[in-house]
Design a protein around this ligand. Structure first.
Ligand code: NIG
Ligand code: FE
Length: 414
């Protein structure tokens, strides 16, 4: 039996709630003395509890005690499934090596590839489980999980299958992203075109036909793949009808964001070095800018993403952990919210939208996640806090929210 199926149903009337401004959509005010009626796992009525229709009066009651309610949080960029960890590289970088130097010395992504290939699916699941539990404890109701540490058909498949199983076990929405073009596997050293052919012609079609891919990503960077290799990946995705997204302009400005926008990308992520052209293309395409302050902090980056320009252009900004063993071993989305405010100067409403509405859009989940609304699945969080700013304010506090996920009240780890 899965963890989720043992949890109690959230059906009934949730009363004495304070709906956070971001819960209902842009420009809303906090909504006090609110009630949410959940029936068969769906939010069927939301309004002032004084106006509760008589029809619902006999349903079980769940007392909110004035809790602040947000939509379930969404972590829209993670590499959660992998073998091992890379604390040794953290130590190397503390001794002066750069991320690029560690990667060129045979560490970096490729060292996680070795550990991932050495692990069984059971082991990958067991290793990812406590990491996911940490994220879920902070009110997560959806997350993205990328592949990219297998770098061949067998192990990319293993990562994606484990990602799906995690979603089923914990009753959390998981979007899988195929990141075969994450790094060149050692067996393809010096043969990057041959590897891109493998990604596009064999791995992607096979994994797509198995229903394991919700979106396709690539690492477009001097230490990753070139613009033209990235475009080949996008074309292959387009041929299979799969949406794309991109690790773009993290360490340098490669023009990847503009390319991704031309392919209607759901999101461009990192974007520290994004230029005006990239911003304008993203705006036209409706591409979400995913800010990853954990990687910025952990790499001791000093090149800030162009947040004011994105804001002025009206490009939606999401915030995510980028959880991965090399550049962001972050397991707290609330901490990322704090960092996005402190380091990148996001406002509280912006950061709340960044982990709800805009994160949903980056995963093509806008119809079901990221907002509280009639007809949507019951994914919401009751926070024992006085005001929304508290969610981005504490450093390292575990506020112990009540989490309603996929129509169940989640208790215990996860
Ligand atoms: O999102 N930039 C590329 N991918 C990861 C890093 C992965 C790793 O170092 O293992 C990222 O930061
Ligand atoms: Fe990443």
């Amino acid at each position: 039996m899965s963890f989720a199926s043992a949890m109690p149903s959230a059906d009934g009337v949730w009363t004495d709630l304070c709906l956070a401004p971001e819960a209902l959509g842009e420009g809303e005010q906090a909504f006090r003395d609110a009630a949410i009626v959940v029936s068969n796992g769906i939010m069927v009525w939301i309004g002032s509890q004084r106006a509760l229709p008589i029809l619902y009066a006999s349903m079980p009651r769940h007392l909110g005690r004035g809790a602040l309610v947000t939509p379930g949080l969404i972590d829209c960029h993670t590499h959660l499934v992998y073998g091992g960890q890379r604390a040794n590289e953290f130590a190397m970088r503390l001794a002066g090596a750069s991320y690029e130097e560690v990667a060129r010395a045979g560490g970096g992504i490729v060292s996680s590839v070795r550990a991932t290939r050495a692990a069984s699916e059971e082991e990958l699941f067991a290793q990812a489980m406590p990491r996911l539990e940490s994220l879920l404890a902070e009110g997560l109701c959806a997350l993205e999980i990328k592949s990219g540490y297998g770098l061949n058909l067998i192990y990319e498949r293993a990562q994606l299958r484990v990602a799906r199983r995690l979603g089923e076990h914990f009753g959390v929405t998981v979007r899988t992203t195929f990141l075969g073009a994450h790094a060149l596997p050692p067996e393809y050293a010096g043969r990057s075109q041959a590897y891109i052919d493998l990604v596009c012609k064999e791995m992607m079609p096979a994994l797509a036909s198995e229903g394991l891919i919700d979106a396709v990503d690539a690492f477009c960077e001097t230490i990753g793949f070139s613009l033209s290799e990235t475009e080949q990946v996008f074309r292959a995705a387009q041929d299979l009808g799969l949406p794309v997204k991109l690790h773009a302009e993290q360490l340098s400005n490669m023009g990847g964001a503009a390319l991704a926008a031309r392919y209607g990308a759901l999101s461009c992520d990192h974007i520290e070095h994004l230029d005006a052209e990239g911003i304008s293309r993203m705006r036209q395409a409706g591409t979400v800018a995913v800010l990853l302050p954990g990687a910025y902090y952990f790499l001791r980056d000093t090149h800030l993403p162009p947040v004011s320009a994105l804001r002025e252009a009206g490009v939606p900004m999401a915030v995510s952990t980028d959880h991965n063993p090399g550049t962001s071993p972050a397991l707290s989305l609330l901490l990322m919210m704090n960092m996005a405010c402190t380091l990148f100067r996001l406002t509280v409403p912006e950061v709340l939208a960044g982990v709800t509405r805009h994160a949903a859009r980056a995963l093509r989940l806008s119809d079901t996640h990221g907002q509280i609304g009639q007809g949507r699945p019951a994914n919401f969080v009751l926070w024992p806090v006085d005001e929304p700013a508290e969610l981005a304010y504490w450093l390292g506090h575990k506020p112990m929210p009540t989490v309603v996920r996929q129509g169940r009240i989640m208790q215990g780890p996860g």
